[in-house]
Design a protein around this ligand. Sequence first.
Ligand code: F6P
Length: 360
Amino acid sequence: MKTFLGDMHDYIYESEKVALKVFSNRKELSSDFINVFKTNEIETIVLTGAGTSNYSAQGVRTFFEKVLKVSVLVPLTNHFIDGDYMVKGKGLFIGISATGSSASTINALDKANSLGMITMALTNELESEVVKHCDKTIFLDHGIEDVSPKSKSFICELVTLLCCALETARELKTITNIEYEEYTAELNKTILNLTTIAIKSDEWFKRNELDLKQCERMILVGYGKNYGILQEGALKILECGRFQTCFYELEEFMHGIYHSIDENCYLLYLGDKSKYYQRMIQLKNYLGEFTSHQYLITSQMDEETEKNLVIDFVESEEFSMIEYIVPCQILAYRIAISKGINPNKPSDPYFHKKMNSKFI
Ligand SMILES: O=P(O)(O)OC[C@H]1O[C@](O)(CO)[C@@H](O)[C@@H]1O
């Protein structure tokens, strides 16, 4: 039962500890997942959930395909329920729900059961509704997160799913032992950077607070594997700050969005290491003529300015999304506090009851 008595900022700072615990227990937590692959010829995995729990699925999709060598779909729950996706061959369906109570995730599990798929739920609540609708449950084990906007559970979902994929790939030998060692070392190093990133993000917000607290419209821009982070980052900022926030993949931004940029628009660029990075800088330089509120998050030291957040990210090709979400979470929390909003409590605690969107 949620009382919303926790504090999102504390939970962001707990992420490193919780993710490390998941990482150390990775063999145990992925045993059912591995078994499914050992006893079935899985050809397609469907990962889905609502909101944050959909974006974590989006965040791990490419890694799942890369190491497990199967097709991975991340539909919206209703699109899957409505039959808009074709599942080829034997399918594994994973419904992600931290609280275990999202109605559409549960309905999607029912649909997967009716299609004869193997079904699993990823949840932090082992007594929740979602576990009654699946064959097996994977425990998130992130502890209590008694606030409306999720932060540590998102990171925990990412790390849990990545560990399941890694351990299974090693067992099935779809990756070599050397690759396994390299991936686990990178993931460990990435997790160990999370608290430092949170501290630096807090400092960055502080030096830009006067400008950021006035924001009433923000667009996040990014590319490549950070797409799930763009979705989650925009949701978090909107959910906490309660102003208009959206996101665009860099190339999509070229097609119409720029017409709407003026001095009232704030831009937040996620500049992880990529072949697209320079193109993003080119766009940022261009948009500088229309707005002075541009912020870049990157590890490129030559971009160090008051407005930019330059951090020594590990920048692992596969796992950097775990690092880039943290500044978005801190920004979301801090901007809300600066505006006098309590981000921990929902604007209407009875919303899900009224809309039947959660079993509460
Ligand atoms: O993972 P769950 O518990 O299904 O929640 C899904 C979504 O619902 C919320 O808890 C509230 O709407 C979000 O924070 C989250 O994105």
